[in-house]
Design a protein around this ligand. Structure first.
Ligand SMILES: Nc1ncnc2c1ncn2[C@@H]1O[C@H](COP(=O)(O)OP(=O)(O)OP(=O)(O)O)[C@@H](O)[C@H]1O
Length: 259
C-alpha cells in the first residue's frame, strides 16, 4: 500500500472491520473473498470501493452490512460487534442502523414511492410518520413524484427513491453496491450528487462499490481491493466530483492495482 493518509480522529468509526475473513468453499476450491482485511469507515465520509472483478467488493459490503457473516475477524457497526449477535438481533440491528442501495433499485413495483419508504419502517415494527416520509422524498428531489409507482419514474428517480428508503430509518451508514451501474450519465450524476449531499449536508456515512472512476470521483476516499485485501487507499479531498482530472487519477491508480 502506498500514499495512504489515515484520518486522525478519536471518534468511533461508523463501521470497523478487523482481520476480516470470508471464505467460500465450492467442492475442492477455496476462495478467500476477504482475506485478513482491516478497514475503518469514518462518520460523515463518502468512500468508494474499487477493484478488479472478484476482488471482494460485494463481499465486503455484504459482511460490513451484516447481510453475510465472516468466518474470522470482527465487524463493528458503531460499538456493536455483529458477529456475536443472534440472527434475529443482527436483523434488528441491520434494519435500524444500516441502509442498503442496490444496482437494480429493488423497489416494490406495486407500491408508490411513499409506500416504498413506509415498508422498511413497518417491517421494523415502527409506525411510519407521513411527514417524515414526505420530507425524505422531498430531500431527494421527488416532492412531486410521491404517488408515482416505480414504472412511472426514470431510472435515476427510482434510484433516488431507493436512497431515500435507505435513509428513512436514520442509519449509521448507507452501503451502495454499484448504485449507478444501470443508469445513464444524467441519472448517475443525480444519484451521485445526492449521495454527496447526504454526506455533506446531513452528516451521513456512505460506502459505495463502483467500477466507474467518474462515480468514484464523488467520494472523499477510494479504497482499492485485490484478492480480498485493501491494496491502496486514496484520499483525494481536493478532488472535484465528476471532474475529468480527478476521475483520470483514480483510473490510473486502478490500472496500477490491476497490474
Ligand atoms: N456465494 C459464493 N460462493 C462461492 N464463491 C463466491 C460466492 N460469492 C462470491 N464468491 C467468490 O468470492 C470472490 C469475491 O467475490 P465478490 O462478488 O465479492 O467480488 P467483486 O469484487 O464484488 O466482483 P465483481 O466486480 O465482479 O462484482 C470471487 O472469487 C467470487 O467468485
Amino acid at each position: 500500500m502506498h500514499n495512504a493518509i489515515y484520518q486522525i480522529t478519536n471518534e468511533q468509526p461508523a463501521v470497523r472491520m478487523r482481520a476480516a475473513r470470508r471464505r467460500y468453499e465450492l467442492g475442492d476450491e477455496t476462495v478467500d473473498a476477504l482475506n485478513d482485511l482491516d478497514v475503518d469507515f469514518h462518520r460523515r465520509t463518502f468512500t468508494a470501493v474499487m477493484g478488479p472483478s472478484g476482488s471482494g467488493k460485494s463481499t465486503l459490503l455484504q459482511c460490513a452490512a451484516g447481510l453475510d457473516r465472516l468466518n474470522g475477524g470482527e465487524t463493528f457497526i458503531g460499538d456493536v460487534e455483529i458477529g456475536s449477535l443472534s440472527e434475529k438481533a443482527r436483523t434488528l440491528l441491520r434494519r435500524s442502523k444500516v441502509g442498503f442501495v442496490f444496482q437494480s433499485y429493488n423497489l416494490i413495483d406495486s407500491l408508490t414511492a411513499i409506500q416504498n419508504l413506509e415498508l422498511p419502517l413497518r417491517l421494523a415494527g415502527r409506525k411510519p410518520e407521513r411527514s417524515r416520509i414526505t420530507a425524505g422524498l422531498t430531500r431527494v428531489g421527488l416532492g412531486d413524484r410521491m404517488h408515482h409507482r416505480p414504472s412511472q419514474l426514470s431510472g435515476g428517480q427510482q434510484q433516488r427513491v431507493a436512497v431515500a428508503r435507505a435513509l428513512v430509518s436514520g442509519p449509521e451508514v448507507v452501503f451502495a453496491d454499484e448504485p449507478t451501474g444501470a443508469l445513464d450519465s444524467a441519472g448517475s450524476r443525480s444519484v451521485l450528487e445526492l449521495l454527496r449531499s447526504v454526506v455533506d449536508r446531513e452528516g451521513q456515512t456512505v460506502v459505495m462499490v463502483t467500477h466507474d472512476p467518474t462515480a468514484a470521483s464523488f467520494a472523499d476516499r477510494v479504497l482499492f481491493l485485490r484478492d480480498g485485501r485493501v491494496v491502496d487507499d486514496l484520499q483525494h479531498h481536493r478532488g472535484v466530483p465528476g471532474d475529468n482530472r480527478t476521475a483520470a487519477q483514480i483510473a490510473a491508480r486502478m490500472a496500477e492495482v490491476r497490474a
